[in-house]
Design a protein around this ligand. Sequence first.
Ligand code: 13P
Ligand code: 13P
Ligand code: MG
Ligand code: MG
Length: 361
Amino acid sequence: MSKITLTVIKADIGGYVGHCSVHPELIEEANRVLEENGKGLLEDYVVTHVGDDVNLIMTHRKGVDNPEIHKLAWDTFLSCTQIAKRLKLYGAGQDLLSDSFSGNIKGMGPGVAEMEFEERPSEPLIVFMADKTEPGAWNLPLYKMFADPFNTIGLVIDPKMHQGFKFEVLDTMENKKIVFSCPEELYDLLVFLGASNRYAVKAVYSKSGEPAAVSSTQRMNLMAGRYVGKDDPVLVVRCQSGFPAVGEALEPFANPHLVAGWMRGSHFGPLMPVSCKGATPSRFDGPPRVTALGFQLAGGKLVGPQDMFADVSFDRARQKALEMADYLRQLGPFEPHRLPLDEMEYTTLPQVMEKLKDRFE
Ligand code: 13P
Ligand code: 13P
Ligand code: MG
Ligand code: MG
């Protein structure tokens, strides 16, 4: 059997209500288009959403960057946009930066994470999806999953993991990438991963080059040259048998870390792990959220999903995130709740400065 490709493509094509969620008709329409147009192309697919982002999870045998698969996703989003416009959903078509498909959906607005691999005798994997944040939000959890023995005991006691992993890191400003081999280059890696507004882990590989994780790293605002929402990211992680156990991949989210995004893409807030049902950010348009859908692949079929963060063991993480949110919200427009000026997605600084320029002495 040829290799399988897992492709996750996401876009915000209109919020319901505001930036909170996705209207059920959009999910229905996405399912309809993938069912009809995906015949003979897809092995399987699942449509879901986190907050106001529609996520298409697809398996096929066409490899990564395949124009037919990317066009299928593009057409699905276009079709959903028609409905979003009819319902006057908020920001209908927000993430579709062009009128015509260019052959690859990358650079056209939607976020893409895909990997091609040989399906193992058992192939558990997790698709993480976040809303109200940016690709750098995965840096800390990926570091913990694949490089921190206090999170992933497999790095210490599993002979198949003991040699470590390679991290491919993207400089999202310069659009250049670099690969770090860990644990040898851990300290070099962390110099960059800590600056998650600029550097983002694009992929993780085993030392022999087997893909272990891949994320979406599109920076739409840089592409569009204007504010069109944060680039709410997705991440795929393969688990078990030489990769982190499912529980090791989920564990970093038990302690919510602060990520950039939230209200107007301009605030730090805790990344709260939630069930699919709980993926409707409403308080101050947040706090930022992450869902995790678990699947077993079987001959290319997506057996699942299992809603991993619905588990009671993440209740305390949610509680902690809410307490963090209470604390941060009290700071109102002050840093470090509000992002530094140069990272804010929009600002009135130039206008206010212009108005007051003669009063500065
Ligand atoms: P693997 O050896 O297949 O990775 O499973 C280990 C395990 O049971 C995880 O808790
Ligand atoms: P999204 O990036 O999820 O569309 O949110 C934008 C926003 O401005 C929320 O306040
Ligand atoms: Mg939105
Ligand atoms: Mg969103």
